[in-house]
Design a protein around this ligand. Sequence first.
Ligand SMILES: *Cc1c(COP(=O)(O)O)cnc(C)c1O
Length: 428
Amino acid sequence: MKVLSSAEILTLDRTHLWHPYSSLDPEAPLYPVASAEGCEIVLTDGRLLVDGMASWWSAIHGYNRPELNQAVTQQLAKMAHVMFGGLTHEPAVRLAETLVNIAPPGLHRVFFADSGSVSVEVAIKMALQYQLSRGKRSKTRILSVRKAYHGDTLGAMSLCDPETGMHHLFQSLLPQQIFVAAPACTFHQPWEESCLEDLKSALREHQHELAALMLEPIVQGAGGMRFYHPEYLRAARELCNEFDVLLIIDEIATGFGRTGRLFACEHAGISPDILCLGKALTGGYMTLAATLCTEKVARGICDGEAGVFMHGPTFMANPLACSVALASTQLLLHSPWQERIAAIEQQLCTELLPLRDSPVVADVRVLGGIGVVELRQPVDMKVVVPKLVDQGVWLRPFGRLLYTMPPYVIGSDQLRQITAAMARICTA
Ligand SMILES: *Cc1c(COP(=O)(O)O)cnc(C)c1O
C-alpha cells in the first residue's frame, strides 16, 4: 500500500472520522502523526512536538519504549487473544497478582475491562449487585460530587458533573444519581471540618437508597482539574462505613504515580471497597482497565440470587494488553519514579506559579506531575493549539484550563519548553 500524504490523511479524516468531543468542523486544528519516540510526537511534515499530555495521562514512560515493545512482540508470537470465558493465561494472572500487591490493601479480586468507562460501569454494577445480593433492595443509587468526571458511557455519565457533564442532553436516559458539592478544601490549604457538611448530610438523608459513593481520589480530573484535601477522602471512607455505603474510588487518571504516590488513595491512607484503574495501566500502549474489589464485595455478589457477577466483555483480559501492562508496571516500579515526579512538581511550581500574576490567569495549581493554569476566559482552540504547535509543544486545553501532565521521563529542557509555551499563552 502506498504511503498517504499529509493532505490525503487529512482529507480522508475530514470525510469519515469522529474525534473525541468533535463536530464536523473542517477548521478544527488537526495534525497527522507519523510516529512518536521518547517524549516527542513526530508529525508527518517532520515537525517534533514535546508531549505535555502523555496521551491523556497514559504514556507515562514516553513512546516507543524497547521494554514495552518487547512485551507486546513476545506475547504476539504466542497469542494475540483468546476468550476469557473458561480459559485463562499467564499475562492475566501475573498482572492481577501484581495489581493486588501494589493497590491499596484489601482489594483481592480483579476484573479486567476494555476501557476506563467500562471499568466504571463494572464498578457500578458490582455495587448494585452487592446490595441486591444482601437484600438491600432499596440501595440502588450512587452518590457523586460536582465537578466529577468518570467517563462517557451512560452509567459513568450519570456520575459526571450535572452541569459540565452531559446530563442536560441525556436527562431522561440517565440513572438519577445524587450529587453533593465538590470538595471545597484544596490540597494545599488548611483542612476545615465544614467541607464535609454536604457529604455528611447527603449520606445521612439518603443512606437507605445509596449503594455507593463514587470519588476520584484527591484530583478531580476532566471535570475541572481540582486538587482537594486528603482529609476529605479519609473522612469519606469513615462516613461510608458509618452509613453502610460502599466506597468506589476511580484512580483511572491518578493511578501509577501521577500525584506523587503510587495511588492517590495513599495520600489519605485509605482503601476503597471497589477501585477502578486504567489510562497509565498499559503505559499508553493499549486499551485496558481493571476494577478491583474486596473479597467481601466479591463474596457478597456471588452468594446472592444470581450466583455470578453479570458482566463479561469479549476482549476481557486481552493477553497483549495484560502483557504490556505487566511490563509497564514493572518498568515503573523499578524506576526512580518518585524522584522523577518530585522533580517535575518542583519545576512546574517554579515555572508556572509566577503566572498567577498574569491578568488573564485565575489560578495556577501544581500537584505531582500535574500542572494546571486556569484562565479567566475559555481557550479558543483554533488560536491556542496552533500557537502551541508552532512552539513545538503538544497540549490539549479544554474550557478555561491549560494544563500539562507529561511523561515521567520528560527532560527538564523539554518541560521548560512546555511551561514556556504555556506562559506565552498567558502573556500574549
Ligand atoms: C479518562 C477517565 C475515565 C474514562 O476512561 P476511558 O478509558 O476514557 O473510558 C474515567 N474516570 C476518570 C477519572 C478518567 O480520567
